[in-house]
Design a binder for this molecule. Structure first.
Ligand SMILES: [Ca+2]
Ligand SMILES: [Ca+2]
Length: 395
């Protein structure tokens, strides 16, 4: 299922030919993993060990166990025959999802009037949007120092007026004001824009980005023990202090700071698979997929299927050739005999453990030897092309 909706009820029509349905169980598994038992050995129980002797099932079941789940992903139907003897066939089945459109995103804009208005209308002092998604809070019009705690753990301040952002409000984008702001991200992976002033941007879980209006060349980025200091040399966007922020997005370039995690792994895999530095467009695309949850192993498989990989390794190399080329291309040396023997045993014989060639490529990529070769190139961040929009996983 590729279309997104918030599921309320699921109707499943099943058409099974079987001479003894009392043997059968039918269950549905949602993309999130919820299992609904639609049918379980009908009429079997205290009165009958065998269950119903009726023929065939052609019936529409419904379940509400998936209420509130997103529809996107693979829905699986399982039919099991728990008694030997009679056999049957699943002729066909259909799935009908009943629900509501996925919750919309909202933008909450605050101005300098908030203080006076919230004094008169107490309800305005709480920002809550439990049914929203990918919300934005925009305080760009505010002139005083502000504090935004997107987690809701502490009180936010708009100029001097308190605002509580209710825990669970799904803000993904926070836009600061003209003065010195503190913005604390939630765990959704947020985009934080401090705007003018000396801002403190504190990341949370997920991939957090700090966004600047100016070009990369006008900023000085310095690593500290706690994070990074980003100074706008033109003065327009101030001197910002960043903690736990993984990405810097300037008008003309983006820099990934997470060299120990997604960005570093993606860079190393490029270097390992293709024996070259990644191009900014290519790594930007792969990084977006990885941020969306594409596993490194899947990325290794995708890289191995590419024409560029096959031009380096041949379309169908022997295991010996493959391992030798890995040493040449990734580690830039010739393997010793014991090293080729070690990997050939793993790939061909499963000794001491079985690994596929993609797993071996991934292991070379993440090996201490490759990390040491690559660290000099990435320690100050990795430039990539920023593709806008929320991340999408690659299969
Ligand atoms: Ca600011
Ligand atoms: Ca700033």
């Amino acid at each position: 299922m590729t279309e997104s909706m918030r599921v309320e009820r699921v109707d499943v029509t099943v058409n099974v030919s079987h001479p003894f349905v009392g043997d059968l169980g039918v269950l549905l598994r949602s993309p999130k993993g919820t299992t609904s038992f639609l049918l379980w050995r009908p009429a079997a129980g205290a009165l009958s060990a065998y269950g119903s002797s009726q023929n065939d099932i052609h019936f529409t079941f419904d379940t509400v166990l998936d209420w509130g789940e997103d529809s996107v992903g693979t829905w699986q139907l399982g039919v099991s025959d728990m008694v030997a003897g009679d056999t049957g066939t699943l002729l066909n089945w259909t799935l009908n999802l009943i629900g509501a459109p996925t919750s919309p995103s909202h933008t909450f804009v605050y101005t300098n009037e908030y203080g006076a208005v919230s004094q008169q209308e107490q309800a305005r002092k709480v920002l809550s949007d439990p049914l929203g998604s990918n919300d934005t809070i925009n305080i760009a019009a505010l002139g005083g120092d502000c504090r935004l705690d997107l987690t809701g753990a502490t009180t936010s301040l708009l100029n001097d007026a308190p605002l509580t952002i209710a825990s669970g409000t799904p803000i993904r984008i926070a836009i600061g004001g003209a003065a010195n702001d503190t913005i604390i991200a939630n765990n959704l992976g947020d985009t934080l824009r401090g705007n003018a002033g000396n801002d403190t941007l504190i990341g949370g879980g997920g991939i957090d980005s700090a966004v600047y209006a100016g070009n990369r060349s006008q900023f000085a980025v310095t690593k500290t023990d706690a994070g990074y200091i980003v100074v706008d040399n033109t003065g327009v966007e101030g001197t910002d202090t960043l903690t736990n922020v993984e990405r810097l997005i300037f008008a003309d370039a983006a820099i990934a700071l997470d060299t120990s995690n997604n960005a570093g792994q993606t860079y190393r895999l490029y270097q390992a698979a293709f024996n070259r530095k990644p191009d900014v467009a290519g790594i930007g695309w792969q990084l977006k997929a990885m941020d969306a949850g594409t596993p490194l192993l899947q990325m290794a498989k995708n890289f191995m299927a590419s024409a560029e990989f096959q031009s380096l390794y041949g379309a169908n190399p022997s295991t010996f050739q493959f391992v030798t080329l890995l040493y040449n291309n990734v580690l830039h040396r010739s393997p010793q005999q014991f090293e080729t023997d070690f990997w050939m045993n793993i790939i061909d014989k499963g000794v001491p453990i079985k690994q596929t060639t993609a797993e071996v490529l991934m292991n070379f990529s993440e090996s201490a030897e490759n990390q040491a070769q690559v660290v000099g190139s990435i320690k100050n961040g990795i430039e990539y092309h920023y593709y806008s929009g929320l991340p999408v996983a690659l299969g």
